[in-house]
Design a protein around this ligand. Structure first.
Ligand SMILES: [Zn+2]
Length: 343
């Protein structure tokens, strides 16, 4: 027979481990969303899946605020960023999820893609038991998840070369941890060169050689790229839309700056010209754009909670990329009455 304290501990443990199992795939969100009717979702959340989102750019984490450069955050400030995003209705997703259009966040939430360039050691550090320490991105995300059980850690790490994540060779243990806990590794080229300043063949080799290296872990020839320094060869967009990379396929590419991006379902969205918002609290950085969304909420993406449907008010209809999104069910509602007028 369990004493009362033990049974409380046991039920807390079961609740947490149950959540954790679902939380790592985020399927709990879509399951609960399915049981709520779309009319109710529209009434409660006025979803707008043609609104904008932020792709946030970080590099490394540092111990103190004094050491923060343009792209670095202190451990404490990174935790503060995650909490502020969470409390303001943002839910992290991976770049690959965004590009696929299968966006699995709860109804009323705004997806946000958190990206980390250069494979810094502060992306992930594991202790001797194989658990992330609190001095890395992954450890801090999981610390926030313990505080907010509905926070689902997800991020995209753009790695360059064989030496990344603090090791001379890509460390299988760290990458296995990332890939089995909601994170993804993507391409930041082999040698981090200025792709606009080298011959085109060399630029391609920079991208393909890193794609090959990552394929050993991802088992995929598809990848997403972060351009080093945000610089691109001439005719880059045309090249990557064709077969420039041979058997490898680049599904998206991110720049360095500077503002929120159109919805993946918007005709104006270009997967090869994705802007990123720089982390930080100054003008045109993360906190600035969060405040901007507060002042013009009609520009912001709010999810309908169902990855298979695209829901938006009729006033947004002209933006919709009907042809590109044929695999999804669209749901259009009236801005005033909130009644569905087309589905
Ligand atoms: Zn870089």
């Amino acid at each position: 027979m369990l004493n009362p304290v033990m049974s409380v501990l046991l039920s807390a443990y079961l609740a947490f481990s149950g959540f954790y199992m679902y939380g790592s795939t985020a399927s709990i969100d879509s399951k609960s969303a399915e049981s709520v009717s779309i009319d109710k979702v529209i009434e409660e959340h006025q979803p707008n899946e043609l609104g904008k989102i932020m792709v946030v750019m970080y590099h490394n984490l540092v111990e103190t605020e004094a050491e923060e450069g343009d792209y670095a955050r202190s451990y404490a400030n990174f935790e503060k960023d995650l909490i502020r995003l969470h409390e303001n209705g943002y839910a992290p997703i991976r770049m690959s999820e965004w590009i696929s259009g299968k966006i699995d966040v709860p109804a009323g939430k705004t997806p946000v893609v958190l990206t980390f360039d250069d494979g810094h050691p502060t992306d992930i550090q594991l202790d001797k038991n194989g658990k992330p320490t609190e001095q890395c991105v992954v450890g801090i995300m999981e610390k926030v998840q313990k505080k907010y059980l509905d926070f689902v850690p997800k991020a995209t790490f753009y790695l360059n070369g064989p030496a990344a994540l603090g090791d001379l060779e890509l460390d299988k243990k760290k990458i296995d941890y990332l890939m089995s806990h909601g994170y993804e590794i993507q391409n930041h080229t082999s040698n981090h060169l200025h792709l606009n300043a080298i011959p085109l063949d060399q630029a391609r080799e920079e991208i393909v050689s890193q794609a090959k290296r990552l394929e050993k872990f991802t088992k995929s020839k598809n990848f997403h790229l972060a351009l080093p320094f945000g610089q691109r060869p001439d005719n880059y967009a045309e090249l990557v839309r064709g077969d420039w990379l041979g058997e490898y396929k680049m599904l998206s590419s991110v720049n360095v700056g500077w503002d929120p991006i159109p919805s993946v379902y918007d005709k104006d969205f270009d997967p090869y010209d994705i802007h990123r918002v720089t982390c930080g609290e100054d003008d045109f950085e993360l906190y600035f754009w969060m405040d901007d969304f507060e002042s013009v909420p009609q520009t912001r993406f709010y999810s309908d909670g169902n990855p298979d449907t695209i829901t938006f008010p009729v006033s947004e209809k002209d933006k919709f990329n009907e042809e590109g999104m044929s695999g999804f069910q669209k749901i259009i509602y009236d801005d005033e009455s909130l009644k569905i007028i087309e589905e």
